[in-house]
Design a protein. Structure first.
Length: 266
């Protein structure tokens, strides 16, 4: 057995302290020598290293999972070897592995929920990517689950929408404009970031009358004939000027310099 460089084997005093702690009578026999070949003790008789039964390397105790019934208090194989063995078993019998996982989750709901919550808290970026991938592959299921939840929880759905609108007004306005554009088969699309960009370039004031109250983004060319829903077709107007225009094509009030800057930015 090839061993990695480690501290010297434990002294007699360390072994005596270990035996006193464990109170294991079999250690007094011939198996004591075999046991000491697989572990390293500190001066207080605590196990600091042990030899993995899988890769046959000495590793720190922290590299082994806890096992209350084991003599060392740790599993005989290190975490890496246990993980590799589990992956190999799963690859050989994936359905059996999935069934075992489902059974464990059903029998340990609270423990599994806490474990998943802890993992997600430490892997937020990876969690978002996994959810995004899963949603893109299961669009119909996501829609059906969402509709079912909305039907079963109408009040919570309304309260959640209200809270979200207050927190992310531009996102909701962009979604509303997207729905109107889809109904009219209009080309183009813009996001909340595009709306913020238009306001940043032209200011949050009406380009027609100069007012600063109740400002909305107007489609220069209306959606209904053949206007685009893209950011290049947006200009800030007050609600009064926007309503008076109606569905008719209006003057483009955007200054040329601002328009050129917008086109370079999108």
């Amino acid at each position: 057995m090839a061993l990695s460089p480690l501290p010297d084997p434990p002294s007699g005093e360390a072994v005596d302290r270990f035996k006193a702690k464990r109170q294991a009578s079999w250690l007094l026999g011939r198996r004591l020598g075999e046991f000491l070949e697989r572990v390293r003790l500190d001066d207080e008789g605590n196990i600091t290293h042990q030899c993995c039964s899988g890769c046959h390397e000495f590793k720190a105790s922290g590299d082994f999972q806890r096992a209350s019934t084991a003599t060392t208090g740790r599993r005989s194989a290190c975490k890496r070897c246990v993980s590799e063995a589990a992956a190999l078993r799963y690859a050989r019998s994936p359905e059996k592995g999935r069934s075992a996982c489902r059974a464990w989750r059903e029998a340990n709901r609270e423990k599994n929920r806490a474990r998943v919550k802890k993992w997600k808290g430490g892997n937020k970026g990876k969690t978002r990517e996994q959810m995004k991938t899963w949603r893109s592959r299961n669009r119909e299921k996501v829609r059906e689950d969402s509709r079912r939840w909305q039907r079963d929880n109408p009040q919570r759905h309304r309260d959640g929408n209200k809270k979200s609108r207050l927190k992310n007004p531009e996102t909701h306005l962009a979604c509303s404009a997207r729905r109107r554009a889809l109904k009219r088969n209009a080309a183009g699309n813009h996001t909340a970031a595009d709306r913020v960009l238009v306001y940043a370039i032209f200011g949050k004031r009406c380009l027609c009358c100069g007012g600063t109250h109740d400002i909305v983004l107007d489609h220069v060319s209306p959606l209904s004939p053949n206007g685009s829903n893209g950011p290049e077709n947006l200009q800030p107007l007050c609600r009064s000027c926007n309503s008076s225009k109606g569905n008719r094509a209006s003057t483009d009030y955007r200054p040329r310099a601002g328009m050129e800057k917008l086109l370079r930015s999108i």
